[in-house]
Design a protein around this ligand. Structure first.
Ligand code: ZN
Length: 462
């Protein structure tokens, strides 16, 4: 062995030992700060930041002011960026500046929460931030305030450990996610005028604290109206059964809009199955990349969200209105998929003489109801760094998977920031429903992962 190579071997061992000691120290700090972290999350839940789900209905100002002052006390460079008309819905953008020369990482969580629909059904006060059974309870516990708490305490732990980074860390607590305003006044808008865009982003929506979701489907909503002809219920027999010659019947008397809608609904359910069986995907399917050989059935679906119909108690239904949602692969345009569905609806209608002369009206609901999917490739250096970071933080491999919904990763990607999703919330624990809660163990795991990811990506100085 030459002198030079022994020097490098010693350096390598030292570096490795340093890495392990630092990781151990950071994990220990996060564990030690557990009650402070959960207290902070409780405080966030206790400041209701309800967004009714339509544009211009978010009420994020109070919680954002609270978060901004917390981040300022940590010594971060904090900016409030509001793009709504009244300037009452600020995004909080906090920079932790590195010395330069490293990659920069954005961590984004949204501060708005969905409303409480059935308060009497909640076991714990919806805005109480109560801790019980190893979980924290309340609206926003999972979606998405766990993410704000995890990212803030990840940076705090690194600061306490004395870590100096080369690249910048940017924490973004954004507004208007639940109302699809990420592109107009939320996360994407806030990053659009940043001069030095971060080279990778993690959006902390719920992925069970186990999955890194590197892509998601596109989503659109549609409205379908089927018009019939309302007549007195006493004339129903004439409207639906043939009658002797010279007695009016069928369309001359009336047309039951609900009955005419049924074959269309059946076709839509059939189409959904057809998609599920054909659009199988190794990432946006069940299981993620670990089940690569067994491509799962994807999230692609047609959901009939709402049916309204009928005219009057004493008449046969004159009109039916249906609202539906469609998740489809992002490689197809929503306009094309919608056109295809409309053709299918008209094909069904072509078998009914009433519907031929009164064709169903179908329209794409645009504006706040359309989301493009997002995508980062599995071999992107950010994904590789996340895999190392998760392994280092938890001792387990990270599952690479697909997001089962839509989020602000869409709008961050649109302004040129490769974005993936990882967060502590799990499906089935009241997200957008009753008794929302989040596992405290998973919040700590997310915090450890984020700290580890910052070390990996922003190149800590040794
Ligand atoms: Zn969310």
């Amino acid at each position: 062995l030459s002198l030079i190579s022994s020097y490098y071997i010693i350096c390598y061992i030292k570096k490795d030992k340093w890495d392990m000691e630092l990781r151990h120290l950071i994990t220990q700090i996060i564990e030690d700060n557990k009650s402070e972290l959960i207290g902070f999350l409780s405080d966030l839940i206790r400041i209701p930041s309800v967004n009714l789900g339509e544009p211009n209905t978010g009420n994020e100002q109070a919680v954002q002011t609270f978060i901004a002052s917390y981040l300022e006390k940590m010594g971060l460079d904090v900016a409030m960026k509001a793009y709504d008309e009244k300037r009452q819905r600020p995004n909080v953008l906090a920079h932790w500046h590195g010395k330069g020369g490293g990659e920069s990482l954005l961590i984004n969580a949204h501060a708005d929460v969905v409303p409480i629909n059935d308060p009497e059904k909640w076991t714990h006060e919806p805005f109480g931030g109560i801790v019980s059974e190893g979980r924290i309870w309340g609206r926003g516990a999972a979606d998405d305030k766990q993410g704000i708490a995890a990212m803030v305490f990840a940076v705090k732990a690194l600061q306490k450990a004395g870590v100096k980074l080369k690249g910048d860390v940017i924490l973004l607590s954004s507004v208007g996610e639940e109302s699809n305003e990420g592109g107009t006044l939320g996360a994407g808008r806030a990053m659009a005028d940043e001069l030095n865009k971060p080279t990778f982003a993690i959006v902390t929506e719920s992925t069970g604290g186990t999955d890194l979701d590197i892509e998601g489907p596109s989503l659109f909503f549609f409205e379908l109206i089927v018009n019939g002809k309302a007549v007195h219920i006493g004339d129903r027999n004439m409207a639906i059964y043939p009658q002797p010659r010279s007695i009016p019947c069928g369309n001359e008397c009336g047309a039951d809009a609900l009955q005419k809608t049924l074959p269309i609904l059946q076709m839509l359910y059939q189409k959904e199955r057809d998609w599920a069986l054909n659009w199988r995907d190794s990432i946006v399917g069940c299981g993620g990349l670990k089940t690569f050989d067994k491509k799962g059935v994807g999230v692609y679906s047609i959901n009939i969200c709402n049916i309204e119909g009928g005219t009057y108690l004493g008449s046969i239904p004159g009109k039916v209105r249906i609202l539906g949602s469609v998740f489809h692969p992002q490689d197809y345009s929503s306009t094309d998929i919608f056109k295809q569905l409309k053709q299918h609806v008209l094909a069904v209608a072509s078998t009914d003489s009433w519907l031929v002369s009164h064709p169903p009206q179908m329209q794409l609901l645009k504006n706040c109801h359309y989301w493009q999917g997002y995508k980062v490739l599995p071999d992107h250096p950010g994904v590789k760094a996340a895999e190392r970071a998760y392994q280092n933080a938890t001792g387990k491999p990270l599952n690479i998977s697909g997001f089962k919904a839509v989020c602000d990763a869409t709008y961050l990607q649109r302004v040129g920031i490769p974005s993936v999703v990882f967060g502590a919330g799990e499906s089935g624990f009241g997200v957008h429903g009753v008794d929302e809660s989040c596992s405290i163990e998973l919040i700590l795991r997310t915090c450890k992962f984020l700290a580890s990811m910052i070390l990996e990506w922003c190149n800590a100085d040794k």
